[in-house]
Ligand binder design. Structure first.
Ligand SMILES: NC(=O)c1ccc[n+]([C@@H]2O[C@H](COP(=O)([O-])OP(=O)(O)OC[C@H]3O[C@@H](n4cnc5c(N)ncnc54)[C@H](O)[C@@H]3O)[C@@H](O)[C@H]2O)c1
Length: 263
């Protein structure tokens, strides 16, 4: 068992990435492929996952709605059958919608928690079951956020709650899965230039009655390293966390935010 757990990240089994059609997920898929992983991109939008698969030389891409337990079980089963038990899972799929807490509806709260927290739990559970069955260990990275470490984030109360949940869930998963040689960590990005950020810029400018450029400037001003974060900045840290260089790291919430929030 111990020797098996010593296998390197790349020969343990394919790397499944959720929300891999865009932004951080696509960058993670490309970075893992560049480092020798067989990457299986998945996304709610299968066409976008297929584009990522082309970039990564992947054997396949799958539609996967992380909120649907039946689909999660089916896709993980298909991956095991066709490509082998996953050695890596990156639970990246997530959504956001900017609202004042006082204006948040029950439906909006449910939608955010369902994708960002329940989705991470369902995908982590299905992948971990396959990893345990295969007996070769593995590595899971959950994409949380700087908003998973501090609530002082404007207009994202449900998102903050979901990402604090991801950080806690990551710790619980890390404890239970450690005896199986499965490490579980989260990453906490800051202001990352993706389509999610483009949508947030529009909402925040409207809520603050200012311009998109002004909001973007405020993100940079809030970041000591002085620029917007790139999806690749996150992807490199995810790749480190699933590699054997991080063999003794589990249960961590690693900040990747240019210094925007330090804890
Ligand atoms: N952009 C940022 O500033 C930032 C900061 C911190 C954390 N994050 C987190 O990083 C992750 C990726 O965000 P991004 O900025 O790349 O966003 P994005 O909108 O560019 O990409 C998100 C991807 O998730 C997919 N997706 C949405 N709902 C899904 C579902 N139910 N099932 C499967 N896939 C689904 C989308 O189709 C999309 O391809 C999210 O978890 C987000 O919360 C982003």
């Amino acid at each position: 068992m111990a020797a098996e757990h010593g296998r390197s990240g790349t020969d343990r089994g394919p790397a499944v990435v959720t929300g891999a059609g865009s932004g951080i997920g696509a960058a993670v898929a490309r970075e893992l492929a560049a480092r020798g992983h067989v990457v299986v991109p998945t996304d709610l939008d299968v066409a976008s996952a297929e584009r990522t698969a082309e970039d990564c030389g992947s054997p396949a891409a799958y539609r996967l709605d992380v909120t649907d337990p039946t689909e999660v079980a089916r896709v993980v089963g298909t991956v095991v059958e066709r490509h082998g038990a996953p050695g890596v899972l990156v639970s990246n799929a997530g959504i956001s919608k900017m609202r004042r807490f006082l204006d948040l509806t029950a439906e909006e709260l449910d939608a955010t928690l369902s994708v960002n927290l329940r989705g991470v739990a369902l995908c982590g559970q299905a992948a971990a079951r396959a990893m345990v069955d295969a007996g070769r260990g593995g590595a899971i990275v959950n994409v949380a956020s700087m908003a998973g470490k501090q609530g002082k984030v404007a207009f994202l109360p449900d998102y903050v709650a979901s990402k604090f949940g991801v950080v806690g869930l990551t710790q619980a998963m890390a404890v239970e899965l450690a005896p199986f040689g499965i490490r579980v960590n989260s990453v906490c990005p800051g202001y990352v230039a993706t389509s999610m950020q483009e949508r947030e810029l529009v909402w925040e400018a409207a809520l603050r009655e200012t311009t998109i450029d002004e909001v973007r400037r405020s993100y940079v001003a809030d970041t000591p390293l002085g620029r917007l974060e790139l999806p690749e900045d996150v992807a490199k840290v995810v790749a480190f966390l699933v590699s054997d260089d991080a063999a003794f790291v589990t249960g961590e919430a690693v900040a990747v935010n240019g210094g925007a929030f330090m804890d």
